[in-house]
Ligand binder design. Structure first.
Ligand SMILES: [Zn+2]
Length: 172
């Protein structure tokens, strides 16, 4: 089922999500819904708080022939980091904004898969960036937290205008 993606400045996006104790059918349904929602929205990752669910669950699929494909990660955490990379990131919850972010180039992550098995994964470049971006969501952090107040205010005004315009245009 496709879920609605909430957007900044919804305060749910700034909350710290809770870890799961078990991976049961309700979590598997959540993961499937999140993957579907991510693909439909044309994103490479999605975190549960982006659909208003405060649990430490993410999905990531950066595509590519050699990549791992769709990753469903419960309670993901970063075990180690190496190197630095700058990446211009966007976010489904912060539409029409791109922010240059400094990330670790390589990471080793640990998580539970959809069967509750403990997994470890080495990731670099885009995959590493995507996992770091999604884990940020679980900690209530957004890319827009890294821009200055002036650019943030400007963005909010622009979004407000765009939303008003969208409302007007559906009145037929
Ligand atoms: Zn995001």
């Amino acid at each position: 089922m496709i879920r609605k993606i909430i957007t900044y400045p919804n305060p749910l996006l700034n909350s710290v999500s809770k870890p799961l104790e078990t991976v049961d059918d309700s979590v598997r349904t959540l993961l499937a819904d999140m993957a579907e929602t991510m693909y439909v929205a044309d994103g490479v990752g999605l975190a549960a708080p982006q659909i208003g669910v405060g649990l430490r669950v993410i999905v990531v699929d950066v595509g590519g022939e050699s990549g791992p494909g769709l990753l469903k990660m419960v309670n993901p955490e970063i075990l180690s980091r190496d190197g630095e990379i700058e990446w211009e990131e966007g976010c489904l919850s912060v539409p029409d904004l791109r922010v240059m972010m400094k990330r670790s180039k390589r990471i080793r992550a640990k998580y539970l898969d959809e069967n509750g098995a403990i997994k470890e994964l080495d990731a670099e470049d885009l995959l590493a960036v995507a996992i770091q971006h999604e884990i940020d969501h679980l900690d209530g952090k957004l890319i827009i937290d890294n821009v200055g107040r002036i650019r943030r205010d400007l963005y909010l005004r622009k979004r407000k205008r765009a939303e008003e315009h969208a409302r007007e245009s559906i009145v037929l």
